[in-house]
Design a protein around this ligand. Structure first.
Ligand code: ATP
Length: 214
């Protein structure tokens, strides 16, 4: 079977169970050889993160420690300037020319895909797997000016179809809905509130030791 590598990008400021549980479920559902969590350095589409790149890496590493099939990929952190998924995929494609690549994104991120840098090139580099996120529905997407034609062309119903090519298909993966966001966690921490059970205890330890959000 050809190797299949998943990439799940984000700011991870901080990483939480809303990222981690879908990551585990997508990896298992797609039988990915591994799913790489890729924290961005300077995000292209949003305000800079509160935690430094090194702190976000430390939190991610603590989160995936001992978890089968999940690993942290620091290639975007190492890059200077804004991070673009298309460039991350290009560098992975170069390193893994024969593997199927799968870009995993939340529904909220997919809904704005046509604003991403060189977005039309993404399907040529990887499959897109869209994980459901609370509050986001997919019906309107099929009528979207840019995403509609893309979906009609590339959307597949059967996960097995992703193994047939190295890139180019879109698959919607239902995942456990956890209404957790980094924004909310940062707000709770800033207010001195308890964030237990929203993110792994080991990540909370890193936050406390390094006084990241206080
Ligand atoms: P913030 O609140 O700072 O905007 P966030 O919680 O949305 O952060 P990001 O690091 O920006 O987290 O998200 C990275 C990826 O994870 C995106 O594709 C996003 O859609 C997805 N994601 C984040 N939280 C969830 C969640 N609770 N359920 C499903 N997907 C999620």
């Amino acid at each position: 079977m050809p190797e299949m590598i998943g990439i799940f990008g984000g700011t991870f400021d901080p990483v939480h169970f809303g990222h981690l549980r879908p990551a585990v479920e997508v990896r298992e559902a797609l039988q990915l050889d591994c799913l790489r969590l890729v924290p961005c350095g300077v995000p292209a589409h949003r305000a800079p993160p509160l935690a430094s790149p090194e702190q976000r890496l430390a939190m991610l590493r603590a989160a995936v420690q001992g978890v089968r099939g999940l690993r942290v990929d620091s290639r975007e952190i190492a890059r200077r300037g804004p991070c673009y998924s298309v460039e991350t995929l290009e560098s992975l494609r170069e390193a893994h020319p024969h593997a199927a690549l799968v870009l995993v994104i939340g529904m909220d991120a997919f809904a704005t895909l046509d604003s991403w840098h060189r977005w039309r090139e993404l399907p040529g580099l990887a499959h897109l797997v869209v994980a459901h996120r609370p509050g986001w529905r997919d019906e309107g997407l099929f009528r979207h000016r840019h995403l509609g034609p893309l979906l009609r062309d590339a959307c597949c119903e059967d996960v097995a179809a992703l193994r047939e090519t190295r890139a180019g298909r879109i698959f919607f993966q239902p995942v456990t809905q956890l209404d957790i966001s980094s924004t909310r966690i940062r707000a709770l921490l800033a207010a001195g509130k308890d964030v237990s059970f929203l993110l792994p205890a080991r990540v909370i330890e890193v936050i406390q030791q390094q006084r990241i959000y206080t």
